[in-house]
Design a protein around this ligand. Structure first.
Ligand SMILES: *[C@@H]1O[C@H](CO)[C@@H](O)[C@H](O)[C@H]1NC(C)=O
Length: 325
């Protein structure tokens, strides 16, 4: 299969499971084990860099990781549709309505959501997003000033829509702008490296990896004394005071509903390694705004075979998500 069509197969799996709620969305990674998940094929990249606007039609359930102009035309009543957008960590997504022909009075809608929602769980969580949940939705039908361009607060966004009448639909242009300090991020890939910086801001940031991974934290600067404290979670943890980094694991998308696995309250250099055998792993930083906080980490998809050979070397908390049977 060509990379492009393989990508589509993976994406369709995500959408179907997201909408059905039967299979866990994360099962898509099984189909994407070859690491092709959300990769853009090189021909397409060349085409894009040639300045040509990429155009294609949208399916009722779809996912996009590229810029371009996208059109949805209902072939039959399309009642539960959602399109997920994802960019690189430092991208913000822009969505512009070029043309909308839907029947707002007849029950159609077209909403942008600032983030992703899957099975009732949202990313970023309401503890990490600058806007209240209701402000993260914008419905074309209810928007009085009909703002034409939306910009997401992180590298993911989505639209929900319902179009009853065949032949009706809309055209949007999706673009990207650069975010100098990426805060909340969903990683497109199971392997990578990232430095999260919160410069004197009172906010929380979550970096989410929707694969079981080994995370290697190499540097933490929290504006405190230098010391290493990597410990298993206790209810007291970092006492919930001051600035800290936490590792979370779980099966859903919302970091506020995941298990806290470890807290890091002090600055340190040198790697601390942790296996997180959950479907989803998050590195989260809570910041008071008093300091310039920074954490650097590397992540690699967890290979179950490695696990068996390697035993309990280093810090491992995989039992939390894969109980022994
Ligand atoms: C950051 O998250 C904590 C919970 O972990 C919450 O109590 C706090 O209000 C959040 N801070 C901001 C600025 O949203």
């Amino acid at each position: 299969m060509a990379p492009a069509s393989r990508l589509q197969v993976h994406l369709i799996l995500i959408f179907m499971s997201a909408l059905n709620g039967e299979t866990r969305y994360l099962e898509v990674r099984e189909a994407a084990e070859d690491g092709e998940f959300l990769h853009i094929n090189p021909d397409l990249k060349r085409e894009l860099s040639g300045g040509q606007l990429y155009r294609r039609s949208l399916r009722c359930v779809d996912m996009l990781s590229i810029e371009g102009q996208f059109t949805f035309i209902a072939q039959q009543p399309a009642l539960h549709c959602a399109v997920f957008f994802i960019g690189d960590p430092e991208d913000l997504i822009t969505i512009e309505y070029d043309f909308v022909n839907i029947d707002c009075h007849g029950g159609d809608f077209l909403k942008v959501f600032d983030g992703w929602i899957l099975k009732g769980e949202k990313f970023p969580s309401s503890f990490d997003h600058p806007l209240a949940t209701s402000e993260r939705y914008t419905d074309f039908c209810e928007d009085v000033d009909r703002k034409r361009i939306y910009r997401s607060s992180q590298n993911v966004a989505m639209i929900f829509f319902r179009v009853h009448e065949p032949g009706n639909g809309f055209t949007i242009t999706v673009g990207k702008t650069t975010n100098l300090f990426p805060c909340n991020v969903i990683s497109q890939t199971p392997n990578g490296r990232f430095t999260m910086v919160i410069p004197h801001q009172h906010r929380n940031c979550s970096f989410s990896i929707i694969y079981p991974v080994v995370i290697k934290i190499s540097d933490v600067t929290l504006g405190h004394l230098s010391d290493l404290q990597l410990k298993k979670y206790t209810p007291i943890g970092c006492n919930g005071v001051g600035d800290f980094v936490e590792l979370l694991g779980g099966a859903g998308l919302d970091p506020s509903k995941m298990f806290p696995l470890a807290d890091l309250c002090y600055s340190f250099h040198g790697p601390a390694r942790m296996k997180i055998g959950c479907d989803n792993a998050v590195v989260r930083m809570v910041s008071s705004g008093k300091f310039i906080n920074r954490v650097t980490f590397e992540y690699n998809q967890l290979d179950r075979r490695d696990d068996l050979e390697e035993n309990e070397q280093g810090n491992s908390v995989e039992d939390v998500c894969f109980p022994k049977d």
